[in-house]
Ligand binder design. Structure first.
Ligand code: ADP
Ligand code: ADP
Ligand code: ZN
Length: 210
C-alpha cells in the first residue's frame, strides 16, 4: 500500500523477482484491459483518467477472477488493492474462501512533494508495463523500453489535475485502511523516500520474517 507514486509498482517488481509469485496490480490490469479494447478496461478508464477510483464492484470482480487462477495458489502479491474499506472486507471474504490470509501489509510512506515529482517524471511501457523515471530510472534509449523495445508513454492520470485528485482520494478513501490492517497487527511501514535499493532492503527486512 501507499499513495500514488510511492513506489508500489517498482517494489512489487523487485519482490516477485526474489519471491517467485504473481504480482497482481489492479491499476495495471485495468490499463491492459483498456489497451486490449476490453469493455471492462474502457469502462474503468473513464474513472482512471481523471484520477477517480473504479467502482468497488468492478474492482473486486477482476481481483476474484485473478485470484482463482492456478498461479495464485501458492501465494501472491497485491499492488494497489484494496483501496477502500469495502474492498478490504471483500478481500477478506475471498481469502477466507480460499483458506488463506494476508501475511503482511507493507505501507510505503512518502511526502507529497516527492510524489508529485515522481508522477510527473514517470513513463510506462505500452507493451509490458515496466515503469521508468526520467531521472532516477531512465531508459537507455529515450522513449524506448529496455526490456521489450516497446514505446514509453506518460499515463493520462499522471497529469497535474489528476494527481491532485488522486492524492485527495487517497487521503479520504484509502488511508483509513491503514488503521484496518494495523488493528489486525499486520501493517508494516517503510520509508519510500530513499533509493530503490534501500527501500527494497527495508521491504526485505519485513518479508524475511515470513
Ligand atoms: P506507484 O506504483 O506507487 O504509483 P511507481 O513504482 O510507479 O509507484 O513509482 C512512481 C515513479 O517514481 C516511477 O517513475 C518510478 O520509477 C519512480 N520511483 C519509484 N521508487 C523510487 C525511488 N525509491 N527513488 C526514485 N524514484 C522512484
Ligand atoms: P497509482 O498507485 O500510481 O495511483 P495504480 O496503477 O495503482 O497507480 O492505479 C491507477 C488507477 O487505477 C487509480 O488511480 C484508480 O483509478 C484505478 N485503480 C487501481 N486500483 C484500484 C482499486 N483497488 N480500486 C479502484 N480503482 C483502482
Ligand atoms: Zn516494455
Amino acid at each position: 500500500m501507499g499513495p500514488p507514486g510511492a513506489g508500489k509498482g517498482s517494489q512489487s517488481a523487485k519482490i516477485v523477482e526474489h519471491y517467485v509469485m504473481p504480482s497482481i496490480s489492479t491499476g495495471q490490469m485495468f490499463r491492459d484491459a483498456y489497451s486490449n479494447n476490453e469493455p471492462i478496461g474502457i469502462e474503468a478508464m473513464k474513472f482512471i483518467k481523471n484520477g477517480n477510483l473504479v467502482s468497488d464492484d468492478i474492482t473486486n470482480k477482476i481481483v476474484a477472477l485473478r485470484l482463482s487462477k492456478q498461479d495464485a495458489e501458492d501465494g501472491f502479491l497485491l499492488d494497489g488493492y484494496p483501496r477502500t474499506v469495502a474492498q478490504a472486507i471483500a478481500l477478506d471474504k475471498m481469502l477466507d474462501e480460499m483458506g488463506t490470509k494476508l501475511d503482511a501489509v507493507i505501507n510505503i510512506l512518502s511526502s507529497n512533494d516527492v510524489l508529485f515529482e515522481r508522477m510527473e517524471q514517470r513513463r510506462v511501457c505500452r507493451t509490458c508495463g515496466t515503469t521508468y523515471h526520467l531521472r532516477f530510472k531512465a531508459p537507455s534509449v529515450e522513449g524506448v523500453c529496455d526490456k521489450c523495445g516497446g514505446e514509453l508513454y506518460q499515463r493520462e492520470d499522471d497529469s497535474h489535475e489528476s494527481v491532485m485528485n488522486r492524492l485527495m482520494i487517497y487521503e479520504t478513501k484509502t488511508k483509513p485502511l491503514l488503521d484496518y490492517y494495523d488493528k489486525k497487527g499486520i501493517l508494516f511501514n517503510v520509508n519510500g523516500m530513499q533509493s530503490f535499493d534501500k527501500v527494497y532492503e527495508d521491504v526485505e527486512l519485513v518479508l524475511g520474517e515470513f
